[in-house]
Design a binder for this molecule. Sequence first.
Ligand SMILES: [Zn+2]
Length: 242
Amino acid sequence: MKLKIPFDEIKDALETASFEHHCFVDKSRHEIVFISECEDGYEKNLKKVEGDDFIAIEPRMPDDDFKVMESFIYEIQNDNFALAERFHKALERTKPFRNFKELLNLHPEFREKWFEHRDKQIKNETMNWLCINDIKLEDCSFMPKIEIKELKPPEVKIPEEFEGFSPVECMNCKNKYGIKTRYFELNTPAENMFIEKEIKRIMKEKYELERYGHISGGEKEILTSSECPKCKSGEIFEDFKA
Ligand SMILES: [Zn+2]
């Protein structure tokens, strides 16, 4: 289903929806419907959005925001490990949301980063939501342009923790020899289902590959694909070299 609603309106709705403020996507009119329980006659209005033309947006839960804070802490670990630890402790105490905000106020140099991170996470949530509900938008400008480039082995920069990870055995014919791995570099991390779907399409169309693995943690995300020279199977067991 293709909708003419701008991406940012859906993103706002996902951010706003709560148990008191209901949000619906009206598929026939291509618009978002807001119904607040503070308004008079809201029950009557809720009856109007019961048909198949409407998709109710789930209320945003504290846990959703908690996850965003946790992923932020993970992200700043490399910049400032000690501060990340303090943020982590702030979330473990009572009133985690207030603690987090207070600590952020003490470190204005991370405020901008926090708002960027939060925005990025909610964009990802929105793209996942679109994917789950099988919705395409007419204006696709929200979608990053995905480029996948095959690398020659000397160009591959594998993160340290993946060094030595390589093909061991073909799961189809048990061959252990001559299994080659191809490496591909992504220009953007596969951070939501929408992007993953697009990667899948490109890998199939451009490289005729349906099976591949992800290596993340390096400067760029890498995809790997191995093939058995004997039976041409792509089902390869991989492990760290002993
Ligand atoms: Zn094989």
